[in-house]
Each structure stands twice: as C-alpha cells, then as structure tokens.
Design a binder for this molecule. Structure first.
Ligand SMILES: [Zn+2]
Length: 105
C-alpha cells in the first residue's frame, strides 16, 4: 500500500469517493487547518471565518485571502501601506549610482 493513500483528515472517508479525490481533499484540508500567520500582529492564530475570510484570534484583525489558505503575500491595502513606509525618496547619490550601473551594462 502506498504511504500517502490516507492523508490525515481523509481517514474518515475510508474507501469512498475514489483515491485521487480523497488525496486532493486531504491536501486542501491539511492546508486549511494548519497554523496561518496574522498579517497584522504576526502570530499564528488565524482561523477561517468563511470562504476567503480569515480572522486573527489574538488581535481580532479580519481580512480576505484565498478560500482555503492565507496568501503569503499581504493584501493590496497592507502592501500599499508598507510601500509608503519602506520606500523613501531616492537621494541624488543613489540615482547617480543607478544611472552609472545602467550605463555600465
Ligand atoms: Zn493578529
């Protein structure tokens, strides 16, 4: 018998629905129930409220992501906020250096 015939939560289905279907659902449910990291407070306390809706049990932050998993990349709102903080205006020295690098290539 192959090692991954019964994947985690799919043991409950026993011999029903076919092997491939059970394996696919097993992979999805394993992803669904594993610990996801909150984009707001970075703690692994995020639970799914509804399809695509996730909420942090610690800080209460509610956000949208993928249906069965939290997307690794932050949402559009979060990415805009981080870009404003992390991207300072380029100084003339940096601009001159980048122009030299482009000319060298
Ligand atoms: Zn949180």
């Amino acid at each position: 018998m192959p090692a991954n015939t019964k994947i985690g939560s799919m043991k409950r289905l026993e011999a029903r629905y076919g092997r491939k279907t059970r394996e696919r659902v097993g992979i999805i449910e394993a992803e669904l129930h594993k610990k996801h990291i909150c984009p707001n407070c970075r703690t692994p306390n995020v639970k799914r409220v509804f399809v695509g809706v996730w909420q942090c049990r610690k800080c209460g932050h509610k956000f949208t992501s993928k249906a069965f998993t939290v997307d690794k990349t932050p949402s559009i709102k979060d990415s805009n906020a981080s870009q404003e903080q992390e991207m300072p205006e380029p100084t003339p020295e940096i601009q001159a250096e980048t122009q030299e690098q482009v000319a060298a290539e």
